[in-house]
Design a protein around this ligand. Structure first.
Ligand code: G3P
Length: 216
């Protein structure tokens, strides 16, 4: 499963990229606002740090406007992935851009039928928001299972990018279902390494090693 960082914070992206475990980055207008940075400038910087896809979201709501914005965004770098909302205009834009070889992430997906439409529009990625789905009394992971089943039924190549990931259990469940990618805040990704028995084990080994009086 690929790991994307859901952030526009440069320091966090650099830290994760240095581990060699980061496959891409996703941003959205809220994350750009939170970073306090200029959209074009920060996106260019992120694209220079990671080799994988960097999602940059259009803000126009009509097809012509989305195409105009996508034209500006895709000039930033070769690894920019244009993010469009799951609307008719977004799907039309997705079809036009992917036919032209541009990567597209169709975002704000909350139903399996929406994901089916994104795949039919040739999306590179579809982003179902599991956390927000859970928040509203639905089962986010059931949505991921349904999309996996449908995509496998028809050999759709669109990658399932599990978004709105809030904790390690979301990551585990998404991996068990066979989602292609998950995007999560840096703290959630870093938290995956934590286990009390790992810490305790290291502590024990270090204490015993010190008693041997040896060094490597
Ligand atoms: O990138 C979109 C998505 O991951 C947002 O997550 O936590 O704001 O629902 P959240």
């Amino acid at each position: 499963m690929k790991f994307f960082a859901d952030t526009a914070e440069i320091a966090d992206i650099k830290e994760l990229a240095a581990t060699g475990l980061l496959d891409g980055v996703t941003t959205n207008p809220s994350l750009i606002m939170k970073s306090g940075r200029d959209f074009m400038e920060v996106t260019r910087e992120i694209c220079g740090i990671v080799d994988g896809p960097v999602s940059a979201e259009v803000v126009a709501l009509d097809h012509a406007g989305m195409m105009r914005e996508a034209e500006v965004l895709r000039k930033i770098a070769d690894n920019v992935c244009i993010k469009v909302p799951l609307t008719i205009d977004g799907l039309q834009t997705c079809k036009a851009l992917t036919s032209d070889g541009t990567m597209v992430n169709v975002t704000l997906c909350f139903s399996a039928n929406q994901a089916l439409l994104a795949a039919k529009a040739g999306a590179t990625f579809v982003s179902p928001f599991v956390g927000r789905h859970d928040d509203n009394g639905f089962d986010g992971m059931e949505l991921i299972s349904d999309i996996r089943l449908i995509y496998d039924n028809y050999d759709f190549e669109t990658e399932i990018l599990v978004a709105s990931v809030r904790h390690g259990l979301h990551v585990l469940q998404a991996a068990k279902i066979g989602a292609d990618v998950m995007t999560a805040p840096p703290a959630v990704i870093k938290g995956l390494v934590k286990h009390v028995l790992t810490d305790k084990g290291i502590e024990g080994f270090m204490a015993d090693w010190a008693k041997t009086g040896q060094s490597i």
